[in-house]
Design a protein around this ligand. Structure first.
Ligand code: ZN
Length: 465
């Protein structure tokens, strides 16, 4: 069979254009006030959906989960929306106004209208003394309160006197939680799960970069026909924690379906890539390593830990999905994290473009990872006679291409997969995939049945090709 269609898309990717497109989406979503429920999430999902051109069997569903519904050990909270929120000072001017910045209101603030003293107001204020010019991001989803976030300088400049507070918000018990799910079926029903959270207001790296990168990845996957995708792909755009929990509650059989997965976030900053491994030794971990080796990009690999983003839920022991998290600078390790400093200047088109490329490379590595059998294993077959020397596609030099051919022939005894060969030889999986396709075409190799898909829990390996 030819090289995976996704590998061809990766090699043809215009990284700069992908980065500009992702940044365009970040810019358009930036002003929207989001939280774990409400119209901001709906508007965000509508924008992502609008950018996708789907084929016959591809499906986007915007789910609404009613407030009050049980989801595993949780309950879906009332839906939160805000019309306006501000504080007027003793002089009558608005001294804090949600219309000026989406971080000014404590997310999920209950409605409040009244007059308070400077001292009373202060009990409802949040600021960062160590970063006095940045507004912090604070939430109170499950404890009813109200509050405002502001720069520490702003806070210190508030005079004594009486303040007028208006929070025109609603907490609707008859509302719902919204999440988006895109399903792109492939030749194999086993799924690759890609997930990002969609609940942060006016913050770019965490989390609009994850939304935008997955939207670009989705657009590339959606351009392939079903038969061109080896795996099925499921992309989740969910409110953090409670959204992933709702999806898991509604998909109790996911352990048998999800063969590989990644949680996306923090993909637009200028830092290097980090990969947090899945809870169990999973093929996704090596696919990420092999993808970065092929891209010749540095990657820091970290062990699994039960905090971070929604990998916490997917990797909870009852589900134990083979899901890792691929980011640039991890959460909490940059001062702009969860502050107004995580703005449009903090992310770049170049970083976003490289992140799209990295995700596609990981998926291409999964698609390419098959085992092969050498059909002419007694001595080296004569490659020159078959026109195989110097005729191979891919970006590497002729010498590397020859080495890729020889490694694939030597290691293909039906037991080792393409990524095994990549790790043992140090040759890019992309070069090996081209070599395998050429050798199959010359009837020197035959695709076998072992690949990374054997990692799916409770699923027997299937025959491919
Ligand atoms: Zn966050």
């Amino acid at each position: 069979m030819p090289v995976p269609a996704l590998l061809e898309r990766l090699e043809a990717l215009d990284v700069d254009a992908a980065g500009r497109s992702a940044l365009g989406l970040v810019e358009s979503l930036y002003p929207i006030l989001r939280s774990i429920t409400g119209d901001g999430v709906r508007a965000t999902l509508a924008a992502v959906r609008e950018g996708l051109e789907l084929n016959g069997n591809d499906a986007w569903i915007t789910h609404e989960v009613p407030s009050g519904d049980r989801a595993l050990d949780w309950e879906v909270p009332p839906e939160w929306n805000v019309r306006e929120a501000w504080v007027r000072g003793p002089g009558g001017d608005k001294v804090i106004d949600l219309a000026e910045h989406g971080l000014h209101l404590l997310s999920y603030s209950e409605p409040f209208r009244g007059r308070v003293s400077r001292q009373e107001l202060d009990e409802h204020l949040h600021s960062l003394p160590e970063q006095p010019d940045r507004i912090p991001y604070r939430t109170s989803y499950y404890a009813r309160r109200w509050g405002f976030c502001l720069t520490h300088r702003q806070r210190q400049a508030l005079p004594e006197g009486e303040y007028e507070v208006c929070i025109d918000s609603t907490l609707d018990e008859a509302g719902s939680l919204t999440y988006g799910e895109l399903f792109l079926p492939g030749a194999d029903p086993r799924e690759v799960l890609l997930s990002t959270h969609v609940c942060h207001p006016q913050l770019c790296n965490d989390n609009l970069s994850g939304v935008a990168v997955l939207a670009e990845v989705a657009a590339v996957l959606a351009k392939l026909q079903r038969a061109q995708r080896r795996f099925s792909y499921r992309l989740l755009f969910v409110p953090g924690t409670i959204g992933a929990i709702c999806w898991l509650a509604r998909n109790p059989d996911c352990s048998g379906r999800v063969a590989h997965g990644l949680v996306a976030a923090n993909l637009g900053d200028r830092g290097g890539f980090h990969y947090k491994r899945s809870r169990r030794e999973a093929p996704i971990d090596r696919a990420v390593r092999c993808a970065f080796a092929a891209l010749d990009q540095p990657l820091e690999i970290e062990p699994f830990s039960p905090f971070g983003y929604d990998e916490r839920q997917y990797c909870s022991p009852g589900f134990d999905l083979p899901v890792g998290s691929l980011t640039r600078t991890p959460w909490g390790r940059y001062p702009e994290y969860h502050t107004s400093g995580d703005d449009l200047d903090f992310v770049s088109a170049a970083s976003l473009g490289r992140s799209v490329q990295a995700y596609l490379a990981v998926l291409a590595a999964l698609e390419a990872d098959r085992s092969y059998r050498n059909l002419s294993p007694y001595g080296e077959p004569q490659l020159g006679r078959r026109g195989l020397y110097g005729s191979l596609g891919g970006a590497s030099s002729g010498r590397e291409r020859e080495q890729a051919l020889l490694w694939m022939l030597n290691q293909s005894d039906g037991g080792r997969s393409l990524l095994d060969v990549a790790e043992r030889s140090g040759i890019a999986f992309t070069d090996l995939a081209h070599a395998a396709a050429a050798l199959e075409e010359a009837q020197l190799l035959r695709a076998g049945d072992r690949g990374p898909a054997a990692g799916a829990a409770g699923m027997a390996p299937r025959t491919h090709g």
